[in-house]
Design a protein around this ligand. Structure first.
Ligand code: FAD
Ligand code: NAP
Length: 488
């Protein structure tokens, strides 16, 4: 039997474990480590609450964990699986794990923010990253501390009407939808959104989504784009200035691009003048009360604040052009413009953290970092910062390997590929027979009694508790409360 530890229980950690146990001819003892008492990563804490179907992967993970977790009715199975939650793996713990496991797979996602790097970004009230904002409406535990940041209070939001989002990926569209529909009770009633957040942001009426490149380089996908337009049935109107569409070379568009352009053109027409049935599904009310707009070709250069209360007052943007090399650059011949806004969300993508930078760092693993994520060779083996060679027995899957790109399905495909490589690696490596039991593993890795690790069965208990509180669930925000409910 070979032993494997996987760090992180998001889609990549679970899909990697799932694939290994389905495909490995060698008996495996897999431990899935998670920093929170609860599993599922961004499926639980990232995916928008009005996209419940995306979370169906959790059903697959649950069936899989129920079948393999020891001790249950699974003792006859060739493989073993255990979940250990509420333990953050740092450089020290990873170092220990590598010495007692045949293989360690880093699947801990991207838990930090990409930054604009402009004045006012880090010290102005009312400027947050998409990660911070999404965490708030998704009841992420780290944000549930006793003294919430000032921007989360309803007093703060009383005067927030105009919001700008920098970046036009799907996360920006999720946030725009949440901001503008927060006052519509029926829209959110059967979701697990944090109700305190929707209540706070209900006065927001205008959202501008600002891209540094042109309309054709928009990062969102068509399904999410259509969802925004369809909000017109609630009196929420969208707009894209025709100047951004006039230069589009239609002959160069792919199928998705052609569809997208048709969508814009149709939805920009008054309802009765639309030519295709597809765009006439829901007649909007006679007046619109909330508005969103896509804005392009602008680079944020400065965030301006009200000196009396340190709150954001406006954002200064430079106008961009396309240069001779076909690159988007600031057009210095044009003056900057100021947009007065009450709140700014930078939605630039998530950034990975090097696990070697966590903990006391007495023992480093010499993991090479590649900008926003870990450096790996083609098949997922992590590269060393010392000699750029693959580190034996250390692999990565999911967002910490690829950076913050891709949907759950692409994360699944990546995890399966890495799983195959891990099997090949284990087949070639010497037999080690390290059958660390749960107790051994915990004693070796968790060197103090201060840890309160959670098991898969603890999670099932908490899961049932949350589902009793609401439909589909009401998430417990505070880790101390989670542990109390579990009885730890
Ligand atoms: P994660 O999901 O981030 O999982 C990483 C896990 O590791 C987390 O549980 C984390 O707590 C844990 N962890 C971190 N550090 C440690 C540590 N040191 N020790 C132990 N555990 C640790 N995809 C779709 O298909 N549809 C959508 O609608 C969709 N919506 C999204 C919305 C948002 C806001 C975001 C950001 C992404 C969305 N995605 C969506 C993409 C999808 O969430 C990702 O593809 C997927 O979650 C990546 O999985 P992962 O396991 O690599 O990372
Ligand atoms: P993303 O798709 O990478 O979009 C990031 C946006 O930020 C881009 O518009 C990018 O512009 C812009 N940007 C980055 N750095 C910038 C800078 N310094 N200045 C100005 N703009 C900057 O990231 P995301 O929206 O966070 O999504 C992450 C992944 O999750 C994506 O793969 C997404 O599809 C997936 N996701 C999927 C869903 C869904 O399926 N419903 C929902 C949410 C997320 P450029 O294009 O010019 O670089």
């Amino acid at each position: 039997m070979k032993s494997i530890s996987i760090i992180g229980s998001g889609p990549s950690g679970f899909y990697t474990a799932y694939h290994l146990l389905k495909k490995s001819p060698i008996p495996l003892n897999i431990t899935l480590w998670e920093k929170f008492p609860v599993p599922f990563g961004l499926s639980r804490y990232g995916v928008a609450p009005d996209h419940p179907e995306v979370k169906n992967c959790e059903e697959t993970f649950t069936q899989f964990a129920n079948a393999y977790t020891i001790p249950s009715g699974s003792n006859n199975l060739m493989h073993k699986f255990q979940f250990i939650g509420n333990v953050q793996i740092d450089s020290e713990k990873l170092f220990k794990l590598r010495s007692i496991q045949d293989c360690v797979i880093l699947s801990y996602g991207c838990n930090n923010d990409k930054k604009l790097g402009i004045p006012g970004e880090n010290d102005t009230l009312g400027v947050v990253s998409s990660r911070q904002f999404v965490n708030w409406y998704n009841s992420y535990p780290e944000n549930a501390c006793a003294t919430p940041e000032q921007w989360k209070g309803s007093d703060f939001w009383k005067n927030v009407k105009n919001v700008a989002i920098i970046g036009n990926g799907n996360v920006a569209l999720d946030i725009c939808r949440v901001l503008l529909t927060s006052n519509i009770k029926q829209y959110w009633q059967n979701t697990d959104i944090n109700q305190a957040s929707t209540e706070a942001i209900k006065h927001v009426s205008n959202v501008k989504i600002i891209g540094r490149r042109g309309y054709e380089q928009s990062k969102f996908t068509n399904k999410e784009f259509r969802e925004l337009w369809e909000l017109e049935k609630y009196g929420i109107k969208g707009n894209i200035d025709s100047k951004y569409l006039s230069n589009v070379d239609e002959s160069k568009l792919d199928r998705a691009g052609t569809r997208r352009l048709e969508m814009v053109k149709e939805y920009m027409k008054p309802f009765d003048q639309r030519t295709k049935k597809n765009y006439k599904k829901f007649k909007p009310p006679s007046t619109f009360t909330k508005f969103w707009e896509f804005d392009y070709m602008k680079t944020p250069v400065k965030i301006n604040k009200d000196a009396r209360n340190n709150r954001i007052s406006s954002i200064t943007l430079a106008i961009n052009k396309v240069n001779e090399m076909n690159k988007f650059v600031i057009d210095n011949s044009k003056p900057c413009i100021d947009y007065p806004i009450d709140f700014l969300i930078t939605s630039l993508g998530y950034k990975g953290v090097n696990i070697d930078e966590l903990g006391c760092q007495k023992h480093l693993n010499n993991i090479k970092f590649a900008g926003d994520h870990l450096a790996t060779n083609r098949e997922g083996q992590v590269l060393s910062s010392v000699d750029n060679k693959p580190i034996p027995g250390l692999f990565a899957s999911g967002w910490i390997k690829t950076g913050s790109k891709g949907v759950i399905v692409s994360t699944m495909i990546d995890s399966f590929t890495v799983g195959d490589e891990v099997i090949k690696y284990l087949q070639c490596s010497a037999t080690s027979n390290q059958q660390a039991s749960i107790i051994d593993l915990q004693n070796t890795v968790l060197d103090s009694t201060n840890y309160k690790p959670t098991t898969w069965f603890d999670w099932l208990k908490l899961d049932a508790y949350e589902k009793k509180l609401g439909n589909p669930r009401r998430k417990i925000i505070n880790i101390a409360d989670m542990l109390k409910i579990i009885g730890k």
